[in-house]
Design a protein around this ligand. Structure first.
Ligand SMILES: Nc1ncnc2c1ncn2[C@@H]1O[C@H](COP(=O)(O)OP(=O)(O)OP(=O)(O)O)[C@@H](O)[C@H]1O
Ligand SMILES: O=P(O)(O)OC[C@H]1O[C@H](OP(=O)(O)OP(=O)(O)O)[C@H](O)[C@@H]1O
Ligand SMILES: O=C(O)c1cccnc1
Ligand SMILES: [Mg+2]
Length: 549
C-alpha cells in the first residue's frame, strides 16, 4: 500500500475537547450577527492566514497545526447548549432567526488550501487560504489562529534545538510540569516530536499521538532512601541461568573495586543513594538509567552507579546509563565518560564505555551551543521549560486577513508598509536554484500561469520597486493543496512521523546561511510583476488623498 493510500483511511487522533466553535473571541460572533443583519449571508470571502516575522530571531518557521485545523472544521457545529449560552450572553435585541441560522452552520461550503504540514515557511506567504461564506470563514479566524500559532512556534523551536544538537544526539521533551497549562503541555509534546525530538515524558501525549515515551527517575526517589537497610529485597534472578544473585553484596564488592580505579573512597559515597540505585535496578534491571547528581556526581553518584551497573552485569543485565541534572554539564559528562572508559578497560567490558549520558537542567539553544564549543560527552538532552514555554519568544504572530470579497480584492493599508496586506486570490510557488536549494517563494495572482522550470520569471519585492530579480527555476513547487472541500477532508494530512520527516527534508532544502543561529540571511519572498502592479493600483485606489492647508 502506498503512503497516500494508507493515509486516506487512517484515523486521526482525537482532538482536545476544548477545541470547539465557542473557543473563539466574542467579536467573531457579534460580527457574524452584524454581517447577517446587513444581508451578507451569501457573501463569499477569501482569507489568508500568515505571519509577518519569523520567531527566535531566525529566518525560517516550521508550519504545524494543520491536522488539528482539519479536525476542527470536521466537527464545527454549535450545540444546543452553545446556542443557549449565546442567547443568554448576547444582547436581548438579537433576532431569534440568527440563532436558528447559527444552529445549522457547518463548514460544508468552506474550502481550505494549505501548505503541507512540517514545511519550512516564510513571512507573508499564506499558510492557509480559507474560502467560502464570509460569515463562516470569519467565525473560524480565532480558532484556526490558536491552532496554528503555538503549533508552528513549538515545531520551529524544537527544530532549532535539533539543529544545534546535531543528528547524533537524542532529544527528550520533559516540559509538561512547566508548560502553559494542560493543553500547552500536550501540544508542546506533539509539536516537539514533529520538530525533531525523539520522545516525551508526557504519557498522555504518548497515548494520544503515538509518540515514544521516555524517562528516568527523580531526586525524590534517591532521597527517599537513607541507608542500605532501606532495600526491600536484594535478590535478583540471573537473566539467563535464573540463579538467585544478591545485588547488594555484589554492588558493595564492586564499589570497592571501582573506587580503587577512580580514586574515590567508598566511604565518601552515599549509602542512601546506593540503596536507591539498587532498588531501581531491581525494578528495572534491563532499563537501569540512574540520576547521579543528588549528592555529588564525582564523589558519590558515579561510583554508586558503576557499582550497581557492574553488579547487574554479574546477573546478566546491561545498564543503560546516567542522568546529570546539575553542575557543569560539559565537565561532568567528560568525567563520566572517562570513568566509564577506565572501567571498560580495567574489567574488559567494552560496552561500559558506551553507556548513555543524559543531561538536563534548564537547557536551551545557547546552552547546547556552548556545550558543543566546550566539548562534552552527552548522548541525550532532557529539555523542559525553555522548549515548551518557548521562553525566547513566547508567541508567533500569525494573522488572518480578508483578501477578497465576492470576487473583489481587498487590501488593508497601514503606515507600516510591512503590515499592508497582499490582496486577492493568490498562489504560492517555491522556486529552486541550480544547486537544488530553495531560492525564493513567489506569490502570484491565481489567474496567472504557474512559473515553469527553465523559464525566466521576474520576482519583485512586494513593496520596494527597485528590488527585483530574474529567476530561472530548476524546480517549481506549487505550495498549496486543497485539504478541505465539500464538507470533508479532501487531502488527508500526513501522520505524525511523516510530518516529522517532512520537517527535516524541508529544512535540507534551505541554504545553511538561512538556518545559521547568529545573524542568518533572510530568505526571499517575492510577488510576480502582475501581482506587484495589482497591489500598487489597489493601494492608490484605496489610499485617501490628503489636502494641505
Ligand atoms: N558547561 C556548561 N556551559 C554552559 N552552561 C552550562 C554548563 N553546565 C551547565 N550549564 C547550565 O548552567 C545552569 C546551571 O544552573 P544553576 O546555576 O542553577 O546550577 P545548578 O547546577 O542547577 O545548581 P544546583 O546544584 O543548585 O542544582 C543551567 O542552566 C545549565 O543548563
Ligand atoms: O529544562 P528543565 O525545565 O530543567 O526540564 C527538566 C527538569 O525537570 C526536572 O526537575 P525539576 O526542575 O522539576 O526539579 P529540580 O530541577 O529541582 O530537580 C528535571 O530534573 C529537570 O531538571
Ligand atoms: O524522566 C525524567 O528524567 C524527567 C521527566 C520530566 C521532567 N524531568 C525529568
Ligand atoms: Mg530543574
Amino acid at each position: 500500500m502506498s503512503s497516500e493510500e494508507s493515509n486516506s483511511n487512517r484515523k486521526m487522533a482525537r482532538q482536545n475537547g476544548i477545541v470547539q466553535p465557542l473557543l473563539t473571541d466574542l467579536y467573531q460572533i457579534t460580527m457574524a450577527y452584524a454581517y447577517w443583519k446587513s444581508g451578507k449571508v451569501n457573501d463569499v470571502a477569501v482569507f489568508d492566514l500568515f505571519f509577518r516575522t519569523n520567531p527566535f530571531q531566525g529566518e525560517f518557521t516550521i508550519f504545524a497545526g494543520l491536522e488539528e485545523c482539519l479536525k476542527f472544521l470536521e466537527n464545527f457545529h454549535y450545540s444546543d447548549s452553545d446556542i443557549q449560552y449565546l442567547q443568554q450572553t448576547l444582547p436581548e435585541n438579537i433576532e431569534p432567526e440568527f440563532f436558528a441560522y447559527l444552529k445549522d452552520l457547518t463548514c460544508k461550503d468552506i474550502r481550505v488550501s494549505a501548505i503541507e504540514e512540517g514545511s519550512v515557511v516564510f513571512p507573508r506567504v499564506p499558510l492557509l487560504r480559507v474560502e467560502g461564506p464570509l460569515i463562516v470563514a470569519q467565525l473560524l479566524e480565532t480558532t484556526l489562529l490558536t491552532l496554528v500559532n503555538f503549533a508552528s512556534l513549538m515545531a520551529t523551536n524544537a527544530a532549532r534545538y535539533r539543529m544545534v544538537a546535531g543528528k547524533n544526539v537524542s532529544l527528550l521533551e520533559f516540559g509538561l510540569r512547566r508548560a502553559q497549562g494542560p493543553d500547552g503541555g500536550l501540544s508542546a509534546s506533539k509539536y516537539a516530536y514533529i520538530g525533531g525530538f525523539d520522545g516525551t515524558s508526557n504519557v498522555l501525549a504518548g497515548k494520544m499521538f503515538n509518540i515514544p515515551v521516555r524517562g528516568t527517575h527523580a531526586h525524590s526517589f534517591v532521597t527517599s532512601f537513607s541507608t542500605l537497610e532501606d532495600i526491600n529485597s536484594v535478590i535478583i534472578r540471573h537473566a539467563e541461568t535464573q540463579e538467585p544473585c544478591n545485588l547488594l553484596e555484589l554492588a558493595i564488592e564492586w564499589r570497592k573495586r571501582v573506587s580503587a580505579i577512580i580514586d574515590i573512597s567508598p566511604e565518601e559515597a552515599s549509602d542512601g543513594e546506593l540503596a536507591a540505585l539498587i532498588s531501581y535496578a531491581l525494578a528495572f534491571p534491563s532499563g537501569f538509567l540512574a540520576l547521579v547528581d543528588t549528592y555529588d556526581v564525582k564523589r558519590s553518584g558515579l561510583l554508586n552507579f558503576c557499582a550497581v551497573a557492574l553488579a547487574l552485569h554479574d546477573c546478566g543485565y546491561r545498564a543503560v546509563g546516567i542522568r546529570i541534572d546539575s553542575g557543569d554539564l560539559a565537565y561532568l559528562s567528560v568525567l563520566a565518560r572517562e570513568t566509564f572508559e577506565s572501567i571498560a578497560e580495567a574489567f574488559k567490558l567494552p560496552w561500559f564505555s558506551k553507556l548513555t549520558i543524559v543531561a538536563s537542567n534548564d537547557i536551551n539553544e545557547e546552552t547546547i551551543l556552548s556545550l558543543n564549543e566546550q566539548g562534552h560527552k552527552i548522548d541525550c538532552f532532557g529539555i523542559g521549560t525553555h522548549l515548551v514555554t518557548c521562553q525566547r519568544q513566547p508567541a508567533l504572530g500569525c494573522v488572518y486577513k480578508l483578501t477578497e470579497i465576492n470576487g473583489q480584492p481587498r487590501i488593508k493599508l497601514s503606515q507600516d508598509v510591512g503590515k499592508v496586506t497582499i490582496p486577492g486570490h493568490k498562489e504560492a510557488y517555491r522556486l529552486f536554484g541550480a544547486d537544488g536549494h530553495a531560492l525564493i517563494d513567489l506569490l502570484q495572482r491565481s489567474s496567472e500561469p504557474a512559473p515553469e522550470v527553465g523559464q525566466k520569471v521576474l520576482c519583485r519585492h512586494p513593496f520596494q520597486e527597485s528590488k527585483r530579480a530574474y529567476v530561472i527555476p530548476s524546480k517549481v513547487e506549487h505550495l498549496y493543496k486543497v485539504y478541505w472541500k465539500d464538507g470533508r477532508i479532501h487531502t488527508m494530512p500526513k501522520p505524525l512521523h511523516e510530518v516529522r520527516e517532512r520537517v527535516q527534508s524541508s529544512l535540507r532544502t534551505l541554504r545553511q546561511d538561512i538556518k545559521r543561529n547568529l545573524n542568518p540571511t533572510p530568505y526571499k519572498v517575492a510577488v510576480s510583476d502582475d501581482l506587484y502592479n495589482f497591489i500598487h493600483d489597489l493601494w492608490l485606489q484605496n489610499a485617501p488623498i490628503g489636502e494641505l492647508s
